[in-house]
Structure formats: structure tokens, C-alpha cells
Design a binder for this molecule. Structure first.
Ligand code: NAP
Length: 462
């Protein structure tokens, strides 16, 4: 059965796009086409696949104006930020640049008697399930290495960003990637899970919520399909007594508020050494007060609506509960007249918070941050680890040894010193605890989109 999926624009509530989902039979046929097309794709030389993928990403860059406008309508990101092209190009350049080395066989012996080596074999058909918050970057993290490694890719994008998969398909096909090697499909959850349960894919990369990740893992159970699950976060910042205070405020507040706080590695909790706490809070309040909430098409808007009214309702609930439990909200909503009680939400800073409060435990994924004083590194480590998630932690200090020492004791996939909210394509993007398990980007990203295959070729019979 097909159903209609609508993208309701957070800008003004209009139905911006709608598409019908594929039936299970149509989806199975799409996967079968992907399976057939992959055979020829994998036989093409690596250099050719790299060239075509790069041409596809270049074609996407050529659509920049349209992409930026559509992003604003679909998920509210202000047009002044120009889309995600910085990250898209940085990641594509890096992943294409390392492909030959990362995918090269490990040769154990190449003699007259034996050839013994481990090659990297593409999985076949890879399913990418992508979220709306950085809808291009999160998708290309897997699509680019998957295609380069010789897989075909089926993309199921988020309902909130229905058009993103279409643009990616248009661009990659324009670059020369065959239509059946990269397919964008509109799928219901049921059909997605049925396909996974039938072992339709060699690998599934899911980026999204913890609940969604658990559903995918359940769908894959018993099929032994490899899964990469890149899920939620509740990322902390820790400002030590020797930190550069202005840099810490600037970066951590940007990490908390950019994209209306809808970043998987956005800063959601800040712990500040008690000697700097008052000054940090004062500067942070000033920083947030300078934001401009409004229509994402206005040139001076720095914070747009949240992608969907229901996300803003979650944040309002977390703030109300925290205040009822004794937290103090430091930002006067009157400073943000565009807050309409719907998708447009005034940013907020909460103090006098504790870890009993939802806002300090549950993922917010919005423009709110709680700030707490801490006495020393031990208390900060305990606070940072007192969390169900494990994506990143951001440490602010002039002492790299101290940061590394603390970093070793923090349960996250990434430790930053003096920066935050960034994906370094040369490093593995990964997490632990409820953030799931995966390894995207970097040379390890190529290990996720391939499997090892051993060749033991004996050239002599005696
Ligand atoms: P979501 O509701 O889980 O949706 C993510 C994607 O998964 C969408 O395409 C969604 O489709 C699909 N989906 C969800 N449940 C599914 C199921 N049972 N079967 C098939 N598809 C399913 O998450 P979201 O609200 O879009 O994204 C925000 C979340 O993503 C946050 O928790 C954030 O932290 C996380 N995130 C993590 C990373 C990371 O790298 N760790 C990066 C970005 C975002 P529909 O839209 O059609 O429901």
C-alpha cells in the first residue's frame, strides 16, 4: 500500500512537498535493479568511480542556489549560511583522496609459490537512511565512500527533507553515476524494515534517533546484515580554569545554537570551572542576546524556525519542567518577538540546573543549553559521563596533556580540545552508548562500506 508523505514547511506551515511511498513490490524491484547494476559498477576501475562521484558532487554544487532555498523551506536553515557545501566538499575531497590507499589490498605474500592477500569487497547494495538536520552532509558521509568502493546505494531520506534525495540523485546522475547504481526512494518505515528483514542490503547505515536505530537493529536481527547506527547525542563542553574564556563562549554557544541547536554534536550541557562560571554565564547571555530569530530568507536572520513545530514543543516542555524544578531561564523571550509558540522558538540558557532535570539528561536537539559550575576535573568528568549518550565532548584548556588525560576517561566517540561541533573527515565519526555504533568518514569509513575477503592462491601443487 502506498501512502503520501508530506513535508510541512516550518517557515509558514505550508505543504512544501509531497510524495507517494513505494509499495513493497516496487521497493523490491528497485533493490533488484540496484543489485544488477552494482555488478558492472564494481568492475569499473576505481579511478573512474572516483571521477564520476566527484563530478556528481560538483553538479550538486552547481545547484547551490536552489538547494539553499529548498533547505530553508524544508527545515528552516537561514539562507545566509549557504547550505552545507563547505562540509560536503571537504568530506568528498578527503574521502576521494584516500580511497586508493584505504581500499588497497593487504598483501601478505606475492611470490612464485603463493599469493596471499586480504582485499576489500563491496557489500553489494547499501541502504542509507538519513536525517533532516544536515540532510546533505549526513547522507554523503556514507554515499560517497559506498559508491567509490563499488557498492550501489539506495537512499531513503527523511520525510522532512523529501527533496534532498531527489537533488542528490539528479546531481550524481548528471555526474555520470548510473541511475540504478544510486537510487533515491520514498519508503515507509514498514517497507524499509521489511526490506532489511529480507536481507536486501549488505549494509545499512542509519543516522537518526535512538528509537529509529533500535527499530533498524531489530529489523536486521537474525539476517546478520551489518549496520552502522549513528544516533543521538547530549554533548558536553567543559571549560577549565586556564581556558581562553572568550573563545570558549563564542565556540560553545555557537555549538549550542547553530542550526537552531539541531546538530547531533551540538553542545547541550556546559560545565564551567567555578572560577570562571559567573563571567562565562554573563558573556553567554550576551552572545545569545545578539542572535536574530526570524524568517530564514531574511538576510539578518541567524536562527531560523526549528524544522518542525513538534521539535520546538519538546524544547518548551524541557524548559518548563526545568524551571518548575528550580532552574533559572536567563534569556527574556521578549528579546525574540518572532517566537510564535510554534516552530519559531527563542533560544534559552538555563542555570541552577541539575542532572535530575530532563533538559540535562534527554537529547534536546534545539536552541537550549544548561550551564553548571564544577569544582575540578574529577567533578567535570563525572558530570560528562553521567549521560546515556556518547558522541563528542569539548574540552577548553591551554594544556593538551590535561585534555588528553581527561579525554581518555570520557565515554564518547570524539574528544575535542578548544573546538566543538565539527566533523573532521580524516577522523572516524563514531559514538558509544545510546549514540550507537558506527565508523563513518576517515579510512575506517571505507572498512564500514566493504567487507574483508581473503585470497590464498597456491601456485605450486607440490
Ligand atoms: P529519526 O526520526 O530517527 O529519522 C531519521 C531517519 O530515519 C529518517 O529518514 C526517518 O524517516 C528514518 N526512520 C526513523 N525510524 C525509522 C524506521 N523504523 N524505519 C525506517 N526508517 C526510519 O531522526 P530525526 O529526528 O530525523 O533526526 C534527528 C536525530 O538524528 C537526533 O537524535 C540526532 O542526534 C540524530 N543524528 C545523529 C547523527 C550522528 O552522526 N550521530 C547525525 C545527525 C543526526 P522519516 O523521516 O520518514 O520518519
Amino acid at each position: 500500500m502506498t501512502k503520501t508523505i508530506q513535508c510541512i514547511s516550518p517557515v509558514d506551515g505550508r505543504v512544501y512537498a509531497e510524495r507517494s511511498t513505494l509499495t513493497l513490490a516496487e521497493a523490491e524491484a528497485a533493490v533488484e535493479r540496484a543489485r544488477q547494476a552494482q555488478i558492472d559498477w564494481a568492475e569499473r576501475p576505481l579511478a573512474e568511480r572516483i571521477k564520476l562521484v566527484k563530478a556528481g558532487i560538483a553538479a550538486l554544487s552547481a545547484m547551490k542556489e536552489r538547494v539553499v532555498e529548498e533547505l530553508a523551506w524544508q527545515m528552516g536553515r537561514p539562507t545566509r549560511y549557504g547550505g552545507e557545501f563547505g562540509g560536503i566538499n571537504e568530506r568528498t575531497d578527503y574521502m576521494t583522496g584516500i580511497a586508493a590507499k584505504a581500499l588497497a589490498p593487504v598483501v601478505v605474500e606475492a611470490s612464485d609459490r603463493f599469493e596471499r592477500r586480504i582485499e576489500r569487497e563491496p557489500h553489494g547494495v547499501i541502504l542509507v537512511v538519513a536525517p533532516w538536520n544536515y540532510p546533505y552532509m549526513t547522507a554523503i558521509n556514507t554515499i560517497v565512500p559506498a559508491l567509490i568502493a563499488g557498492n550501489s546505494v539506495v537512499l531513503k531520506h527523511a520525510s522532512q527533507t523529501l527533496l534532498v534525495g531527489e537533488r542528490l540523485a539528479e546531481a550524481l546522475h548528471a555526474g555520470g553515476v548510473p541511475g540504478d547504481v544510486f537510487q533515491n526512494v520514498v519508503l515507509s518505515h514498514d517497507v524499509t524494515e521489511s526490506l532489511i528483514g529480507q536481507r536486501a542490503f549488505g549494509f545499512v547505515n542509519f543516522t537518526g534517533s535512538v528509537g529509529g536505530g533500535a527499530a533498524i537493529e531489530k529489523a536486521a536481527a537474525g539476517t546478520f546484515t551489518a549496520t552502522g547506527l549513528e544516533l543521538g547525542g547530549k554533548d558536553p563542553g567543559y571549560v577549565m580554569d586556564d581556558a581562553d574564556l572568550d573563545a570558549a563562549v563564542d565556540s560553545l554557544m555557537d555549538g549550542a545554537m547553530y542550526n537552531a541547536g539541531q546538530c547531533c554534536c551540538g553542545i547541550e550541557r556546559i560545565y564551567v570551572h567555578e572560577s570562571l562560571y559567573d563571567a562565562f554565564v554573563e558573556k553567554a547571555v550576551k552572545w545569545v542576546g545578539a542572535l536574530k530569530l526570524g524568517n530564514p530568507f531574511d538576510a539578518d536572520t541567524t536562527i531560523g524556525p526549528m524544522a518542525n513545530r513538534r521539535f520546538a514543543d519538546t524544547i518548551r516542555g524541557q524548559i518548563d519542567d526545568a524551571v518548575a524544578e528550580g532552574a533559572k531561564a536567563l534569556i527574556d523571550p521578549a528579546l525574540f518577538p518572532a517566537d510564535d509558540g510554534g516552530a519559531y522558538l527563542a533560544p534559552q540558557i538555563l542555570v541552577d540546573v541539575n542532572h535530575e532535570m530532563r533538559v540535562m539528561r534527554e537529547e534536546s536537539f534545539g536552541p537550549v543549553v544548561g550551564i553548571m559550575p564544577v569544582a575540578d576535573d574529577e567533578e567535570a568528568i563525572a558530570m560528562m559521563n553521567d549521560c546515556d549518550y556518547g558522541l563528542t565532548a569539548s574540552l577548553w584548556t591551554n594544556d593538551a596533556d590535561r585534555a588528553a588525560r581527561i579525554g581518555r576517561r570520557i565515554n564518547t566517540g570524539t574528544v575535542f580540545m578548544n573546538r566543538c561541533d565539527y566533523l573532521d573527515p580524516a577522523l572516524c565519526w563514531t559514538g558509544c552508548k545510546d549514540t550507537g555504533r558506527g565508523a563513518a568518514l576517515s579510512a575506517l569509513g571505507y572498512m564500514s562500506v566493504t567487507r574483508p575477503k581473503s585470497y590464498h592462491l597456491k601456485k605450486v601443487t607440490k
